[in-house]
Ligand binder design. Sequence first.
Ligand SMILES: Cc1cc2nc3c(=O)[nH]c(=O)nc-3n(C[C@H](O)[C@H](O)[C@H](O)COP(=O)(O)O)c2cc1C
Length: 306
Amino acid sequence: MNKPNMSVEIAGIKMKNPVMPASGCFGFGEEYTPYMDLNELGAIVVKSVTMNETAGNPGPRVCETPGGMLNAIGWQNPGADVFIHEKMPFLRQFNTPIIVNLAGKTVKEYAELAARLDEVQGISGIELNISCPNVNEGGVAFGTDPKLAAEVIGAVRSSTKLPLIVKLSPNVTDITVMARAAEEAGADAISLINTFTAIAIDIKTRKPIIGNFTGGLSGPAIKPVALYMTYRVANAVSVPVIGMGGILRAEDAIEFLLAGATAVAVGMGTFVNPTAMPEIIKGIEDYMIENKFDDVHQIIGGLICK
Ligand SMILES: Cc1cc2nc3c(=O)[nH]c(=O)nc-3n(C[C@H](O)[C@H](O)[C@H](O)COP(=O)(O)O)c2cc1C
């Protein structure tokens, strides 16, 4: 059998396979070059970029929990100028689409940053982070109210020609309401899920472990819920969905594809195993060969419900 076709398209972004890093879990890519050829990835999604340099939250910023981890990094990044002038030249070397995750405190900041990125050579798309639970202003506030979400998505949509992926928060009652609002406001694709707001307590000190008090829960602990939300959203909107939450192995990624995701992102899995992504790409290919699928679209949405 010839090699199966693993290429997918998200919002006009052509990807050689459906696997990418989740924002914030791959930095700007530099640290991972000893572990993999970045050309192998379907896309590169960078850490959330804000207009100005952001220091992030006080420590401790991560802690381990059963089946996952809590983090409260809080948008630590060098700001748009450094990203554009120092990180983009490195990223542009690869034959892999670059998706820039952007965040802001106000609608104006989101829109201005989107307009700035619009002029930068080599960016394939924007992922709008309206789902970060670890910041006091902006972030998840936009991602839990459909009206506010529509306002910020609309403003960004009119300030950039780039494909627009909107990243949703699971910290809502019905994620399909947010997904439909995002689609109507101009999202070309939806990515989900960001982390769940959670706490961990040190019983010796009787204090919260995370310096920010709350953190975002990610990893295998959230996978079944992430899968359910991916399934619900993929059936509620007509734009493509990027699924994530607890993907560590190819089997996890295949579950998300079967649930209706057109592509998947690997977050905490990359911390556990720096070569998780190339292994997942190979594992999906092996699964296709074993099951005689010659195109990955034969898996996408292939969940049999009866
Ligand atoms: C340490 C850490 C930092 C993160 N930073 C960001 C970020 O900057 N922007 C963002 O949109 N999501 C961020 N996330 C959320 C991930 O992109 C992803 O949505 C979430 O972790 C679920 O996937 P996972 O279970 O595979 O980790 C971060 C997650 C972790 C664990």
